[in-house]
Design a protein around this ligand. Structure first.
Ligand SMILES: [Zn+2]
Length: 450
């Protein structure tokens, strides 16, 4: 076990050293703005079309403008990061869109990134002093590396074999295994039992998402037999939770570029300089339709073909062949406090639109009762903008009854932490998401009489 300890936490030490020496993306002078948008206009698409500039001399793509939070009908404010050299152009684009009120949320995003980094190094050193001997020692209230997440799931499946099975879902472009856990009540799992599926980490920089997924794994196993709601939902459903489905992107966001969003696939026949695709635009159902982006450098690039990303190909295969009776599917993202249901590719409503909205309403109420925080809900296309090639459209097409892409915290806050949400918020965000899933599960039981 001591050797194991060295193996796990040794990685943390190497990580610190590597990062001190490695060249990292620098966002000095980048400003995060918030402004009100007419959601019926195309001003966000217009802004997004400028997102990356390719410098063929240095062979790098530089971020000019980056939409961090899309406006929705309930909350028509956009959060947008702007490079210093793009500021004049940005202001003229806003003027032509008749947007005049602009609020600075963060004057220098790099200082926020630096502060987060210092806290992480401090935490990594602190954790090295304590061995992870049992799954219950796992500190769910910090942001972990991919190796630490994997080690937690491995320990959990070894120490709770009657309840937890570690599953391998896919292999990433850089060769990392994408793992998850299947959780069921003690004893053999029942075939054809309905299931709740949760994935997280699709977008690399949205760190709160995998942290919340890990928090929920620990909470379900820990509170089974103690917490009546957790117990009831595990008796009704098997839970499949995949906390980190884009490990290459995630590790890159930890070590090289905090704002990395995409996968890390390299496709030199398409583009020599730009890496990765948006993993939530790469699903095959209605791939490349409304809202699709065909520019490989873009942060929302749909990929060279459907399922070009091995992570998404693996998830599709797993969801199709290994999960027999999916009842609820949740994909965790950040940020904006939203529960987004299908469709993404069209404004048309799904057949079970009303039932999905009813469940979302109950979930939002459960969140409110738990932490007092407000989440809005609606379909992707009606609340914000069309998006094609998403996992939630795939799952709707597959016939899963309850599907939500969740934008976690934060939203409005005097200190807008955006993607750099401090780890002290993991517990509250995890508790409220657990309450939301319990509410959706309870609704499913009520409606389907499971
Ligand atoms: Zn996302």
């Amino acid at each position: 076990m001591w050797l194991l300890y060295l193996a796990i936490f040794g990685t943390g030490a190497i990580w610190c050293q590597v990062n001190a020496a490695e060249k990292q993306a620098d966002y000095s002078g980048y400003t995060l703005y918030r402004f009100k948008v007419d959601t019926t206009s195309n001003s966000m698409e217009k802004l997004e079309s400028y997102d990356m500039e390719l410098d063929t001399t240095t062979q790098t793509a530089r971020l000019l403008i980056d939409i961090w939070a899309e406006p929705s009908k309930q909350n028509p404010y956009a959060d947008v990061l702007v490079a210093p050299e793009f500021l004049t152009k940005f202001r003229s684009l806003l003027t032509s869109a008749e947007i005049s009120t602009l609020k600075v949320l963060e004057g220098d995003i790099q200082s926020q990134i630096n502060a987060e980094r210092r806290a992480m190094i401090h935490n990594a050193i602190r954790r090295r002093k304590r061995a992870l001997k049992t799954w219950s020692d796992f500190d769910a209230n910090v942001y972990h590396s991919y190796e630490e997440m994997t080690e937690f799931m491995r320990l959990l499946s070894e120490q709770k074999p009657d309840m937890v099975e570690m599953i391998k879902v896919a292999t990433s472009s850089e060769g990392r295994s994408i793992y998850g856990v299947k959780i069921h009540p003690p004893g053999p799992s029942t075939p054809e039992k309905p299931s709740i599926i949760v994935d997280a980490g699709v977008h690399a920089r949205e760190w709160i998402a995998p942290a919340v997924a890990l928090f929920m794994i620990k909470k379900i196993v820990h509170e089974y037999g103690i917490n009546p709601q957790v117990t009831a939902n595990l008796q009704k459903f098997d839970w499949y939770i995949m906390p980190q489905v884009n490990p290459d992107g995630y590790e890159y966001s930890r070590t090289n570029d905090r704002l990395w969003r995409k996968t890390r696939s390299k496709n030199v026949t398409v583009n020599r300089w730009c890496v990765g695709a948006d993993a939530n635009r790469n699903w095959g159902y209605r791939w490349g339709e409304a809202g699709a982006n065909r520019t490989p450098c873009s942060n929302i690039y749909m990929g060279s073909h459907p399922y070009s990303e091995p992570e998404i190909r693996g998830l599709k295969e797993y969801f199709t062949w290994q999960i027999t009776n999916p009842m609820v599917y949740i994909s965790l993202h950040s940020y904006g406090q939203l529960l987004l249901s299908p469709w993404g590719y069209t404004n048309e409503r799904t057949e079970n639109y009303q039932d999905q909205q009813n469940a979302a309403k109950e979930a939002a109420q459960a969140i409110k009762n738990t932490t007092g925080v407000s989440y809005s809900y609606g379909t992707i296309s009606e609340m914000m903008y069309p998006a094609s090639g998403t996992s939630i459209d795939f799952m709707q097409h597959r016939g899963v009854p309850y599907i939500y892409g969740v934008e976690l915290r934060p939203t409005d806050n005097p200190n807008s932490f955006a993607f750099n949400l401090p780890p002290m918020f993991i517990k509250a965000t995890g508790d409220e998401m657990m309450a939301a899933l319990n509410a959706i599960g309870t609704h499913a039981v009520k409606m389907k009489r499971l």
